[in-house]
Design a protein around this ligand. Structure first.
Ligand SMILES: [Zn+2]
Length: 131
């Protein structure tokens, strides 16, 4: 795989702004995603090879960490305030957890991929330093 030599974002863009919209970090016009969370092989506009992109479980970790607090607070509030039967949590807390997690996964994955691009993040390797 040829290494991209220059890692710049389009003018006025940030990795966050591009990532949450699922746009290519190099041109800002192509799309990152092929499906809900699957990345394309390359940008359809500028041809940037997305093989560098490997956020692994990073997006899931951040989303779990962010979603867990308000959903847990909601569940505790619901339980302490109304003392509902257990199935009420299945109808309220559980869907809240799933929907909010799914809503944040794609933007976070896009953000992390764009951040990988601009920071040249990759697994460590032995050998001469890359440019
Ligand atoms: Zn592109």
């Amino acid at each position: 795989m040829p290494e991209p030599t220059e890692h710049r974002l389009p003018a006025g863009e940030t990795p966050f702004r591009l990532g949450v919209r699922g746009l290519c970090p190099r041109c800002g016009r192509g799309h990152l995603f092929e499906g809900f969370l699957s990345l394309k092989k390359q940008c359809e506009v500028c041809g940037l090879d997305y093989s560098f992109a490997d956020p692994a479980d990073g997006p899931a970790f951040f989303v779990m960490s962010i979603v867990a607090v308000p959903v847990t607070i909601f569940a505790a509030w619901l339980e302490l305030r109304h003392e509902p039967p257990f199935w009420m949590h299945l109808l309220t807390t559980f869907p809240l957890l799933i929907v909010s997690s799914l809503a944040l996964l794609r933007p976070f994955k896009g953000w992390l991929v764009c951040s990988q691009y601009i920071n040249k993040a990759a697994e460590s390797r032995f050998g001469p330093p890359r440019s």
